[in-house]
Write a protein that binds this ligand. Sequence first.
Ligand SMILES: Nc1ncnc2c1ncn2[C@@H]1O[C@H](COP(=O)(O)OP(=O)(O)O)[C@@H](O)[C@H]1O
Ligand SMILES: [Mg+2]
Length: 234
Amino acid sequence: MSLNTSNSSESRKRPYLNLESLRRNWRAGAKAAPQVNVVEWAEEFRKLSKESSNGGKFITSRVEVARSPMLSATEPGVSKITLMACTQLLKTTVIENILGRFIHVDPCPILVVQPKDDAAETFSKDRLAPMIRDSKALRELFGDAKAKDAGATLTHKQFPGDHITLVGSNSPTNLAMRPIRLLCCDEIDKYPLSAGGEGPPIDLAEERQAKPMTAYVCASSSWAAVRPARLPAK
Ligand SMILES: Nc1ncnc2c1ncn2[C@@H]1O[C@H](COP(=O)(O)OP(=O)(O)O)[C@@H](O)[C@H]1O
Ligand SMILES: [Mg+2]
């Protein structure tokens, strides 16, 4: 018996004998994980919205200090990023760029935590929606998903391959609702010490992260408002 690449009845019955089909499947299986990092993604695909103080193309060097946390998000061995910086500098924008990169090139279940439910809705309306609207790659992804995602709401949206959920840090039920891989926590200085008496919100959310840890926590806060007890314990 010899292997061949033709459509013989033998190779049709037993496709693993068809070398071309084997090669095709091997190539598909061996496809490398996406290598694009958050800086590359943002500079290629992100458009800052007119609602932002500087609309237009995203250029990292305009706020150079954002480069390192953005690069860290895909650096091997990094599972947590903590940002502490003055207001109106980079923090939520870094979170947005990390979200965009994962939604677009490495889809996974995502949870974004804001201090309260209404802040999660505001983030969805004022930050996420404009980023999707103005960044063509994301617009196309969510546009395609919208047709199928009849249950899309301000705080839960599907995109091809997975979903993003936005919750308030005060609700233990919402924090623990779904398994997640990417966790982004914004304005952590405004989180309650305990969510509904069940423990620190960040701990509750981290418990939902798939093991091994492949997630990144972006914790944002403002110097003036930071209370050390509210920074992540780990
Ligand atoms: N690299 C950049 N180029 C241009 N504008 C930027 C850049 N990074 C952040 N900004 C703008 O700065 C403003 C404040 O950023 P933001 O991330 O919301 O601040 P905060 O640190 O308070 O979360 C936003 O309008 C954002 O679009
Ligand atoms: Mg912010």
